[in-house]
Ligand binder design. Structure first.
Ligand code: AP5
Length: 215
């Protein structure tokens, strides 16, 4: 099963991708995570990408497409995958389509998460992460046991560089101008499954599972 998770920043793509990964036993391929990992390791691609990401701008297509095509070629993707945060431009979608046509491995469904703008901003500004990789917290929705500290390692939690309000606005704008056209792109191909994702994590998961069972 090959699935795309589409939606604006903060819609819950990462949260839901992890649940689908467990439920269907297929890997989550997050371009955001792959790029952050490359930036942390200071690879040439990572260093170039970081400048765009910290500003909330999209990383140029050739960098992202190369990275994801390489990842999709690994053995754990043989029976499927969930694309989280890719494609994000029509150019990326066309490159993906070409690559999957070549492998005769079509996309089964495109899950499109919809959430009100105010809610998206609230979710993102309140997010805090453990710098040692022990997961994510939220000041309101998932506070740590000790204020400002990771529950697992007690390290001080940090905010993602691009979760500051001005960067969030840039990300939203990039979504509206460059990514939202993909809704039509995939509707035209009969793959689009719109989901109201402004409720609880569980209610969104239930809707996604129903949509995938019907796909
Ligand atoms: P990326 O890491 O993909 O960030 P994003 O799309 O902006 O998405 P987020 O991770 O912020 O949100 P999400 O939808 O995954 O929601 P999440 O589950 O985390 O990309 C970062 C940057 O990398 C981009 O800006 C760009 O520069 C670059 N990049 C990545 N891919 C690229 C590409 N293909 N092309 C070019 N550049 C690319 O949830 C958010 C928060 O809300 C969390 O705190 C979570 O706990 C909470 N939450 C989730 N669901 C709920 C709920 N139902 N109720 C309450 N809280 C919830």
């Amino acid at each position: 099963m090959r699935i795309i998770l589409l939606g604006p920043p903060g819609a819950g793509k990462g949260t839901q991708a992890k649940r689908i990964e467990e439920r269907y036993e297929i890997p989550q391929l997050s371009t955001g995570d792959l790029l952050r990992d490359a930036a942390k390791r200071k690879t040439p691609l990572g260093t170039e990408a970081k400048a765009y990401m910290d500003e909330g701008r999209l990383v140029p297509d050739p960098l992202v497409v190369g990275l994801i095509v390489e990842r999709m070629g690994l053995p754990d993707c043989a029976s499927g995958f969930i694309l989280d945060g890719f494609p994000r431009t029509v150019g990326q979608a066309e490159s993906l389509e070409k690559e999957l046509d070549r492998k005769k491995s079509p996309i089964a469904a495109v899950i499109c998460l919809r959430v009100d703008r105010e809610k998206l901003i609230e979710r993102l500004v309140g997010r805090r992460i453990c710098p040692k990789g022990h997961g994510e917290y939220h000041l309101r929705f998932r506070p740590p046991k000790i204020e400002g500290r990771c529950d697992v390692c007690q390290t001080e939690l940090v905010q993602r560089e691009d979760d500051q309000e001005d960067k969030i606005r840039t990300r939203m704008k990039a979504y509206e101008t460059e990514t939202a056209p993909l809704i039509e792109f995939y509707r035209d191909r009969g793959l689009l499954k719109p989901i109201e994702a402004g409720g609880t994590v569980d209610s969104t998961t239930q809707q996604i599972e129903s949509a995938l069972n019907a796909a």
